[in-house]
Design a protein around this ligand. Structure first.
Ligand code: GAP
Length: 534
C-alpha cells in the first residue's frame, strides 16, 4: 500500500487538509479541511445521513432486519448540562493514563508506549518506542546500542529478553528508558487524565459555571429521548441519528486526522424491545460493515472484529468494531472506524435514576459515602409506553458510532493510487463517485471553434444539480491528470465532432475508457452513475 507521506502531501497540495493555525506553527490534534476536503467530508456525512436516515423506507423490512423500523434525526448543543456527563459516566471514568518524562517534558499515553527488555554489560533495561512492528524493533535496537555505547556491528552483544510489549506490563519504571530520554528512570508513574475539555458558562468562572465540550454526540440523543417520543409519531423499534463535533483532549493526537482533539461523529442510538435487541445488534453490525464496502473500502482492508467477553462494558451483551488497515499502522494492525455496541438500558436508566454501576452482578445506582446516589439522575420518567401491550419499560439500545474524520481518512487512503500509463506514473484518487468532491469536469478540447461556448452551456446545465468544474487551461492531457489527482470520476470533453453530431466524450477516471455520448443525455448518465446503491 502507498506510503502515508504521499497522501499527506497530496492533501496539502490539492486543498484537502491543512494543519490548523498553520501560519502560527499549527496546533497539535486540530485540522482544517480545505476546499476539496470540506466537500469530501460533507459527502461522507451526507451519504451516511441519506443511507441511514432520510433514504430509509420504514414501510418495508430491510434485508437482515427483524421487522420494519423508523429513523429520525437530531442536532443537539455541544455544551450540555454538567449533570449529563456525571450520569453518563464520563465525569468519573472517561480518562486515559499518562506518563510524563521529567527530562524531555514530553507526555505519553501509558498504553501507547511499547518497548523491549534488553540486557548488555551486566544491566537489564526496558527500551521504549512509540511505534510497533518492524519499525519498533529497529528503533529499540538502535536506541539500545546508543545507550550501551555499542556500534552496529556489536549488536550481538545485546541480549533481548522480550518482544515488543506495552509499558503497562512494567511495574517499576526505574530501569525504563523513555521514548525521548537518554537515561533510565525519567518517566513518572502513570496518572489519570480526564479527556473532557472544560469550559465556563456565562460570567461565572468558578466550579459553579464549569461545563464540558461534549466528548460524544450520543448523550444529546439520550437526554432528548422523551422529547422525540412526545413530539413525533415514532414507535419502537426506531433510531435517532446525529452528526456533529465532539472534543477529546487526547494525550497523544497522531496519525494525521485519525486521533484528533476535535472531530466529528455520526452516531445512531437505536431503541428496541429488550427481547429483540440481540437481533437488532446483529442487523446493525452487518449493515454498517456493508455500508463501508458499498462506498469503496476493500474487504481485504476492512474487518469486523467482535470484542471478547472480557473487553465488553459491564452492561453490554455485544460490541463489534469495524476496523481498517490504515497505511500508517504496522502490517497486520487495524484502526477503529466505528464501534457497534449493545448498551442495554444503561444510558436511559442512568439519566432517570442516577449514575449506574454494577453491584453483585446487577446494575444499580452507585451510592456515595453518605448512602445517597453519587450522581443524581434527572428523576424524569424516560420509559417507553407500548400502547398495544399497555406496558411501560426502558428500551434497550444498539449504538452504531462512527467517526466522520476517520471514515474520510480511510476513503482517502483507499483511493490513493499511482498507476503507470504508457510509461508515465499518474497519481489518481479513485474515490467512489458519491464521495468525490467534483463529480465531473467539463473540458473544451481547444479554446476556439465554438467549443468553449458549448462546454460552458453544458457546465451551466450540470452545475444546477452537481458539483462540476470547468477547466480550459492547458493541454488536455494535463487537465485529465489534474482531475485524476483530485479524484474527479468523469471528464466530459467537447471536441470538433460535437458540432457535427451533438456528442461529447465521457472519460472514466479508473478505466480511462472514453465513450461518445449524446450531449443532451450527459446529465441523466451522471445521475445514474451517482445513484446510491446501499
Ligand atoms: N458514543 C460512543 C463513542 O463515542 P467511541 O469508540 O469513543 O464511542 C466512536 O467513538 C468513533 O468516534 C470512533 O470509532 C472513531 O471513529 C471516532 N473517534 C473517537 N475518538 C476520536 C478521535 N480522537 N479522533 C478522531 N475520531 C475519533
Amino acid at each position: 500500500m502507498m506510503e502515508m507521506d504521499k497522501l499527506v502531501a497530496l492533501c496539502k497540495r490539492r486543498g484537502y487538509l491543512f494543519q490548523s493555525s498553520e501560519i502560527y506553527g499549527g496546533l497539535n490534534g486540530f485540522w482544517d479541511y480545505g476546499p476539496l476536503g470540506v466537500e469530501l467530508k460533507r459527502n461522507v456525512k451526507e451519504a451516511w445521513w441519506r443511507d441511514m436516515v432520510t433514504g430509509h423506507n420504514e414501510l418495508i423490512t430491510s434485508p437482515g432486519a427483524p421487522t420494519t423500523h423508523q429513523m429520525v434525526g437530531l442536532d443537539c448543543s455541544i455544551i450540555m448540562h454538567p449533570q449529563v456527563w456525571k450520569c453518563s459516566g464520563h465525569y468519573d471514568l472517561f480518562h486515559d493514563f499518562m506518563v510524563d518524562c521529567r527530562v524531555s517534558k514530553k507526555r505519553y499515553r501509558h498504553d501507547q508506549v511499547r518497548g523491549r527488555w534488553v540486557e548488555a554489560k551486566g544491566r537489564k533495561i526496558f527500551v521504549s518506542s512509540q511505534t510497533g512492528g518492524e519499525e519498533g524493533l529497529k528503533e529499540t535496537e538502535s536506541r539500545a546500542l546508543k545507550f550501551f555505547n555499542l556500534r552496529a556491528k556489536q549488536a550481538d552483544e545485546l541480549s533481548w529478553c522480550s518482544d515488543l510489549v506495552s509499558l503497562t506490563t512494567v511495574a517499576d519504571f526505574t530501569e525504563v528508558l523513555g521514548p525521548d530520554a537518554n537515561e533510565t528512570g525519567t518517566l513518572t508513574a502513570p496518572r489519570e487524565f480526564n479527556l473532557m475539555f472544560k469550559t465556563f458558562v456565562g460570567a461565572l468562572s468558578g466550579e459553579e459555571g464549569a461545563a464540558f465540550l461534549r466528548p460524544e454526540t450520543a448523550q444529546g440523543i439520550f437526554v432528548n429521548f422523551k422529547n422525540v417520543c412526545d413530539s413525533t409519531r415514532v414507535k419502537l423499534p426506531f433510531g435517532i441519528a446525529q452528526v456533529g463535533k465532539s472534543f477529546r483532549n487526547e494525550i497523544t493526537p497522531r496519525n494525521f486526522t485519525f486521533r484528533s482533539r476535535e472531530f466529528e461523529q455520526m452516531e445512531i442510538e437505536f431503541f428496541c424491545k429488550p427481547s429483540e435487541s440481540p437481533d437488532w445488534y446483529k442487523y446493525w453490525r452487518d449493515r454498517r460493515y456493508a455500508w463501508y464496502l458499498s462506498l469503496g473500502l476493500s474487504s481485504s482492508r476492512l474487518q469486523l472484529r467482535d470484542h471478547h467477553a472480557d473487553e465488553l462494558s459491564h452492561y453490554s451483551c455485544g460490541t463489534a468494531d469495524i476496523e481498517y488497515a490504515f497505511p500508517f499502522l504496522p502490517p497486520g494492525e487495524f484502526g477503529e472506524l466505528e464501534g457497534i455496541a449493545h448498551r442495554g438500558d444503561f444510558d436511559l436508566r442512568s439519566h432517570m435514576e442516577g449514575k449506574l454501576a454494577r453491584k453483585d452482578g446487577e446494575l444499580a445506582v452507585e451510592l456515595g459515602e453518605d448512602g445517597k446516589p453519587r450522581h443524581k439522575g434527572s428523576g424524569k420518567d424516560l420509559r417507553y409506553f407500548d400502547d398495544q401491550a399497555r406496558e411501560r419499560f426502558v428500551p434497550h439500545v444498539i449504538e452504531p458510532s462512527a467517526g466522520a474524520d476517520r471514515g474520510t481518512l480511510a476513503f482517502l487512503c483507499e483511493a490513493y493510487h499511482e498507476d503507470v500509463v504508457e510509461g508515465d506514473t499518474r497519481v489518481v484518487l479513485k474515490l467512489h463517485p458519491r464521495l468525490a468532491p467534483v463529480k465531473a469536469a467539463i473540458l473544451p478540447l481547444v479554446n476556439k471553434d465554438g467549443m468553449p461556448e458549448v462546454a460552458q452551456k453544458l457546465y451551466a446545465e450540470l452545475k444546477g444539480e452537481l458539483a462540476v468544474q470547468y477547466d480550459d487551461g492547458g493541454a488536455i492531457g494535463r487537465r485529465y491528470r489534474r482531475q485524476d489527482e483530485i479524484g474527479t470520476p468523469f471528464c466530459i470533453t467537447v471536441d470538433g465532432q460535437t458540432k457535427e453530431d451533438s456528442t461529447v466524450t465521457l472519460r472514466d477516471r479508473d478505466s480511462l475508457e472514453q465513450v461518445r455520448v449524446p450531449l443532451a443525455g450527459v446529465l441523466d448518465i451522471l445521475r445514474g452513475k451517482l445513484k446510491p446503491s446501499c
